[in-house]
Design a protein around this ligand. Structure first.
Ligand SMILES: [Zn+2]
Ligand SMILES: [Zn+2]
Length: 342
C-alpha cells in the first residue's frame, strides 16, 4: 500500500510499504480522510519530537476492514475516528488521571504509523464509532476538535462569558463554535485574514478584529472598545510569539489565558510576570485531548459543529508530500488527504 513516510527530519516521501495486519486488540482501518495539521509540518522540520521512520497523519477517519484477535466492540464496515494519543495507564501521571501528560505517551502518526496511507492500524481502545451516513471527510475533524474541547474545558467558559480567540485557522474556528456552545455571549475572533473573519462570523463569532490594524489590545479593551474590561477568557490559537505576548493584556482582571496554538519547540517569548501577578491572570497550557475524543465524535456526528466550510482542498496521497513540506497556502484552513483520490 502507499504511505507518506517521514524517513528523517527534512525527508518525507511517498513509498510502497507492506499492508499491515491487525494484532491482538487492534483494527485495520481503510483511511477515508486524514487532515494535514501544523504539527505535521513541525514534525517534518524537526520542531516537534518524533521517531522516524514513521508514516505521518494523526487526524484520520476510516472504515474498519479487519479486526484483530480479541476485539469485541467493533465489526467490519464500521466507520471510526481514531484518537491517536496512546497513554500507558501505568506511569505516575496516568495514575493521577492526567493521561495526556503520560511519560510513555505514543501517538499514531508521530511514534507509530499513521493515517497518510491507504490503511492504518488502530488499537480498539483508541477507536470511536461514527455514523454510517456521516460525510466521510467530517470524521477527520474529531482529533483537532477534541484538542479544542480540552482547551475550552480548561478555560472554564460559562454562560455569559466573554471570549477572545487569537488566530483564524482550524483551531480558532472550532474554538469559536465551542465557545458559543458553552454559552459565551461575546466571542471575538482576531486574525489578519478578511476571509477568515467573514467565515468566523458565519460560524458564530459575535465580532471579529483585524490583527494587522494597529494595536489590537488598545482597540478591543479601550473605553469604547468591544470589551473595555478585557475578556473573561483569551484563547491563543495561532501559535506565534506575537499573539502569546498579546494574550494576557486582552484578559480582564482575574481572567484566563489558554495556550492552544503549537509554537516550535525551543522558541522563547516575553511575558510580564508582574502583570500576571497584579491582575491575577491564569496562564494555562492545553495539551492534546485527554478523555475528550468521545465528546468530539458526538459533536461531529450531531452536525452541530460546522466543518464543511473548513475544508479548503482534498488531495490524494500523491500530492501529500508537496502539501506537507510547504507552508499552508494563503487562506487555507484545512487540506485533507483522501487516499481514495490516488
Ligand atoms: Zn493535529
Ligand atoms: Zn502513562
Amino acid at each position: 500500500m502507499k504511505a507518506v513516510r517521514l524517513e528523517a527530519t527534512g525527508q518525507l516521501s511517498l513509498r510502497n510499504v507492506e499492508k499491515p495486519a491487525p494484532g491482538s486488540g487492534e483494527l485495520l482501518v481503510r483511511v477515508e480522510a486524514c487532515g494535514i495539521c501544523g504539527t505535521d509540518r513541525h514534525l517534518f522540520h524537526g520542531e516537534f519530537p518524533s521517531k522516524p521512520p514513521v508514516t505521518l497523519g494523526h487526524e484520520f477517519t476510516g472504515i474498519v476492514e479487519q479486526i484483530g484477535p480479541g476485539v469485541t466492540g467493533f465489526r467490519n464496515g464500521m466507520r471510526i475516528t481514531g484518537d491517536p494519543n496512546i497513554s500507558c495507564g501505568q506511569c505516575p501521571e496516568c495514575q493521577r488521571g492526567r493521561v495526556n501528560l503520560c511519560t510513555n505517551l505514543r501517538a499514531i502518526g508521530i511514534h507509530r504509523d499513521g493515517g497518510f496511507a491507504e490503511h492504518v492500524i488502530v488499537p480498539e481502545k483508541q477507536a470511536f464509532v461514527l455514523p454510517d451516513d456521516l460525510d466521510p471527510l467530517h470524521g477527520a475533524f474529531c482529533e483537532p476538535l477534541a484538542c479544542c474541547l480540552h482547551g475550552v474545558d480548561l478555560a472554564d467558559i460559562r454562560t455569559g462569558s466573554s471570549v477572545i480567540v487569537l488566530g483564524g485557522g482550524v483551531i480558532g474556528l472550532l474554538v469559536v463554535q465551542l465557545a458559543r456552545l458553552a454559552g459565551a455571549t461575546k466571542v471575538v475572533l482576531v486574525t489578519r485574514s478578511a476571509e477568515k473573519r467573514r467565515l468566523a462570523e458565519s460560524l458564530g463569532a459575535t465580532a471579529t478584529a483585524d490583527a494587522s490594524d494597529g494595536d489590537i489590545t488598545d482597540r478591543l479593551t479601550s473605553p469604547h472598545g468591544l470589551l473595555p474590561d478585557g475578556a473573561d477568557v483569551v484563547i491563543e490559537c495561532a501559535g506565534v510569539a506575537e499573539t502569546i505576548e498579546q494574550a494576557p493584556s486582552l484578559a480582564r482582571r482575574g481572567g484566563t489565558v489558554v495556550i492552544l496554538g503549537v509554537m516550535p519547540q525551543g522558541v522563547k517569548t516575553t511575558i510580564e510576570p508582574f502583570d500576571l501577578l497584579f491582575r491575577e491572570i491564569r496562564l494555562i497550557g492545553s495539551f492534546i485531548n485527554p478523555f475528550t475524543h468521545r465528546r468530539a465524535a458526538e459533536l461531529i456526528a450531531s452536525g452541530i459543529i460546522k466543518v464543511e466550510p473548513l475544508i479548503s482542498r482534498r488531495i490524494g496521497l500523491g500530492e501529500a508530500v508537496e502539501a506537507i513540506t510547504n507552508p499552508a497556502r494563503p487562506g487555507e484552513i484545512r487540506a485533507l488527504v483522501v487516499p481514495g483520490l490516488g
